[in-house]
Design a protein around this ligand. Sequence first.
Ligand code: TA6
Length: 293
Amino acid sequence: VRDWNGVEQVVLRSPRGAYARVSLHGGQVLSWRNDRGEELLFTSSKAIFKPPKAMRGGIPICFPQFGNSGTLEQHGFARNRIWAIDEGHPPLNQNDNSSKASVDLILKPSEDDLKYWPHCFEFRLRISLSMDGDLSLVSRVRNVNGKPFSFSFGYHTYLSVSDISEVRIEGLETLDYLDNLSQRERFTEQGDAITFESEVDRAYVGSPNVIAVLDHEKKRTFVIRKEGLPDIVVWNPWEKKSKTMVDFGDEEYKQMLCVDAAATERPITLKPGEEWTGKLELSEVPSTNCSGH
Ligand code: TA6
């Protein structure tokens, strides 16, 4: 566990040289590199590494609220809290003994949190790097014998891309989406892939559990696999919105794309003692020379 910018961080390495760095501030993955040392997640050059502000980039954990449709701050408070390393937590039932570099973190509500969100939860987060360098995040939220509660959730994933105008998403065609740019009005996706020419802020609902983000210029495809998270939120602020964000460069929208595995259309409800699991796995595969099929 190392110390950067005054906040403890954990470095994970896979045997073949892939790398990830996790900050105990927010339980946030700040960096994920492949075995060629290439950084796969976006971090703004203007990011603010000062609690309680979440660092702009990596994978902020949005809990117990995704977005700003609720009574809490945007994306909830989990990403603005200092998490603890969960030494005592027995490893998840690892049916395969593939050696993973992993860390278990835990977050429980503070007295203050309980004032704003009076629900007894335990949030365990396991972050792992597989032998092949795939990054996986497993969230387990348990209702610790309180009364039933509901929450929305998102892995707010900032992917690094070479040029947003050369990026396409496959796997969301024909789905309905809620357009955050027009009061979450519902539309149906007509395109045969999602491409980007202007600001996009959409929650694709009831999405498949595997989608692909193709970066044509880098000849790279991100494969996103999820479980327990029915929605995919796609966001690029584009030029105008970028200028309104102090912790984001004016031109940086060209090098990033948020593709967030989420539960946002319908909150998740837990009865006392119940536990929810939400999984995200990110892989990077070289695209073939053709259009990435
Ligand atoms: O990516 C989903 C989203 O909710 C967008 O609607 C946009 O508001 C973005 O997150 C902002 O996230 P931030 O990290 O700036 O709070």
